[in-house]
Write a protein of this length. Sequence first.
Length: 185
Amino acid sequence: MVKHYERWRWWTLALRGVAAIVFGILSLFWPGVTFITLVALFGVYALVDGTLALSMGFRRDREGVDSALIARGIVSIIAGAVTLTWPQISALALLVLIGLWAIVGGIAEIVAAIRLRKVIEHEWLLGFEGALAIAFGVALLVSPLAGAIVIGLWVGAYALVLGGMLVGGASRIRTVMREHPELAA
């Protein structure tokens, strides 16, 4: 029996990756922009990421829903909504919010890697991305005195790595779907 997480729409994963790459580039090349701009960039990215994660998590079939992706989607949407509706968020509050978001997302990616280990090759990369996300989140929580520019650089670097890995994962899933069309049904 084919499980719902094996029938992910690869393009939603690719869109999450592209959104992360765009966010990462903007954060890295404009680290000196005002803090409000960084907050807005993160908020928009988190909303896009959350919406796409939810769309993948609620893909229903006989197996039900993917609770790890739904959790990631909910946390991303909450993080995005908080940052966009509270633009005066302090550096420390934003740091904690992004750190927690990265940790929850990392856990979801590790869960996905474990579930996909028999379906795609190099699933360890997805697990590695999850471990990097957790490490990134912990690093943000441990260094609360980092300035907005450092946060922007850290977030930008993380987003670029995350985006590249998501696009790579989407490519692998797309290849599996082409080789096994019954999974795409």
